[in-house]
Write a protein that binds this ligand. Sequence first.
Ligand code: PMP
Length: 304
Amino acid sequence: MLAPEFAYLNGQIVPWDAARVHVFSPVAKYGIGVFEGIRGYWNENVQQLYLFRVAEHLERYAFSQKAMRFDQPISSDKLIVALVHLCRANAFRTTVHIRMMAFIDGLGELGAKGPVGSAITAFPREATRQSVEGASAQISSWMRMPDNVMPARIKCNANYHNSRLAMMQAQLDGYDIAFLLNSRGKLAEAPAMCVFMVRDGQLITPSGTNDILESITRQTVIQLAREYLGVDTVERDVDRTELILAQEVFYCGTGAEITPVTSIDRMVVGSGQPGAITRQLIAIYRAIATGTNTAHESWRTPVF
Ligand code: PMP
């Protein structure tokens, strides 16, 4: 992967190689950081880059910092300006994946609440192959950690050790993705994605108390499914065997967007092809995110 020209660190746009922290900082030692992934969608017709649902990402970012007891949260207004300036500095004219991270810098130990560093990076990133062709999923033997152990609701760097174990096992075993069950044996989420299934024309997804991140894409899918397809979503516990019964399964997240799942543990889902509801949701989501469909204007922040 080629690094972009500029990154953002502590209030300034800096050359990529200058965005550094010390190897002995609490973020490096213990993973004491929180982050957000935001996509910017390039619209060729209007020559515009739209950042998608920035306000919602910044709200979750603020919650994560509060829950981690960080000092000196950085104001959301400053961060929006920084996001826009970084995209302009890199002159992106393509769809991008932005990551912003607030982290504990300095010489502190485990209980350090500051100094809080602030970084933003952005890379060009198109849709994944799986989002077009469909993905194969494995039900992981790794368990999603419970809320009173390491809350999945906080988007904390260290949480991704759990996601990584599941992802690496799935990939070594020849699957695209892992689905993790929680401590009650119910479906939680995938590494960096939430999961939906379609049963008898209804959308079903694990509720917010199933050890998931409160995903912004999940919320967007629920809203767009109701508005455009007239399909309601039931948020409840999901058993692993229901995934085998389902006519359609997909996962969603900022990076993954909406990705159909065509097999689980080598059992075919539905017809083995991306399902009709999933395909319609992918099209609506893309149109709204890129601004081809001009509804939900407040979800798009123009960069240029
Ligand atoms: N779960 C986890 C653990 C994640 O890291 C992500 C990606 N942020 C998601 C779900 C999807 O969340 P969102 O739709 O807000 O990107």
